[in-house]
Design a protein around this ligand. Structure first.
Ligand code: GLP
Length: 263
C-alpha cells in the first residue's frame, strides 16, 4: 500500500487525475487492447473528473480506447434522474471526453448478474478508482458485506442514506433504499486500486483502512490485501491516523519517490 498525502482536496484530486492520465498513456491503449478503468461517483472524485476533462481538452489524454465500468448505481430512480450515477457520470466526465458510448458500463438491474463476466471479457480492470463512505464502505459494500462479494443488489444502511440525502435536497425519503454495486472482490480483482478521500468526515474510514484490522464491518480494509493499492488523501482525512503512520508513509514517498505510472 502507498499513501499519498496532499494539503488540500484540490491537490489530492490533481495528483489522482495526473496519475490516471499517466497510466492510460503509459498503457498505450488500442482498439484491441483498451485500458479498462473502474470508476466511482460522489463528491470525492468530482475534481478528479474535472481535471481529466481539462487534460483531455488540452490533448494530453484520449478516452477513445478506454473502457469504463462504474462501481454502483441506485435502484428505483431512472437513469435520467439528475441524482442517478448515470447522470452524474455524463455530467462530470463522459459528455466532455471522446469515449464511445458503447465502451461505458454502469451496473443496472438488467446487467448486474453479468457484470463481473462483462469485466472479465475485457481482461479485467486495469485501474479501479474508488471513494470511501464515512463508515468505510467501498462502492455500496456496506458494513457486513462479504469481502468475497461480486456485483449484486444491496440494501443501503441508514448512515449511507442520511449521508447521501445531501444530493436529494436533504430529503432522506427521496434517497433510494437499495443499489446495484460491484462487490469487494470485483474491486480486489482489479490490477490496481486508487482510492481518494478528503475531509475530516472520512478520517475514521481512512484510519480503519490503514491501521485497522481487515473486517467486513469496514469493507475498505479488504484493500490491505491488495498487491497494488494507492490511497490519496488530504491532510484533513489523516486526522485520526497516528502521527507515526503519516510520517512513515511520507518518508516512503520521499525516499522511493511518488508512485509512477509504471507497468
Ligand atoms: N456508493 C457511493 C460510494 O461509491 C462513494 O465512495 C461514497 C462516498 O461518497 P462521497 O465521495 O460523496 O463522500 O458514497 C456512496 O455511498
Amino acid at each position: 500500500m502507498k499513501l499519498i498525502v496532499r494539503d488540500s482536496k484540490q491537490q489530492t484530486s490533481l495528483w489522482v487525475a495526473e496519475y490516471i492520465v499517466d497510466r492510460i498513456n503509459a498503457f498505450k491503449p488500442s482498439k484491441d487492447r483498451p485500458f479498462v478503468l473502474g470508476l466511482p461517483t460522489g463528491s470525492s472524485p468530482e475534481l478528479v473528473y474535472a481535471n481529466l476533462v481539462k487534460s483531455y481538452k488540452a490533448g494530453r489524454v484520449s478516452f477513445q480506447h478506454v473502457v469504463t465500468f462504474n462501481m454502483d448505481e441506485y435502484v428505483g430512480i431512472s437513469t435520467s434522474h439528475p441524482q442517478s450515477y448515470h447522470s452524474f457520470m455524463f455530467k462530470h466526465l463522459f459528455q466532455h471526453v471522446d469515449i464511445p458510448p458503447s465502451q461505458i458500463h454502469i451496473p443496472s438491474l438488467e446487467n448486474y448478474q453479468r457484470y463481473d463476466d462483462m469485466i472479465a471479457k475485457y481482461g479485467g480492470i486495469e485501474l479501479f478508482l474508488c471513494g470511501v463512505g464515512s463508515d468505510g464502505h467501498i462502492a455500496f459494500n456496506e458494513p457486513g458485506s462479504s469481502l468475497s462479494s461480486k456485483t449484486r443488489i444491496k440494501t443501503l444502511t441508514k448512515e449511507t442514506i442520511v449521508a447521501n440525502a445531501r444530493f436529494f435536497d436533504g430529503n432522506i425519503e427521496a434517497v433510494p433504499k437499495s443499489a446495484v454495486t460491484v462487490g469487494v472482490k470485483t474491486v480486489m480483482d482489479a490490477r490496481e486500486v486508487v482510492l481518494i478521500a478528503d475531509g475530516r468526515g472520512k478520517a475514521e474510514a481512512v484510519r480503519q483502512a490503514l491501521e485497522g484490522s481487515v473486517s467486513h464491518m469496514w469493507t475498505v480494509t479488504a484493500l490491505q490485501m491488495h498487491p497494488k493499492f494507492v490511497m490519496a488523501v488530504d491532510e484533513a482525512a489523516t486526522e485520526e491516523l497516528r502521527v507515526k503512520t503519516v510520517k512513515y508513509f511520507k518518508d516512503i514517498e520521499r525516499e522511493q519517490g511518488t508512485p509512477k505510472a509504471k507497468l
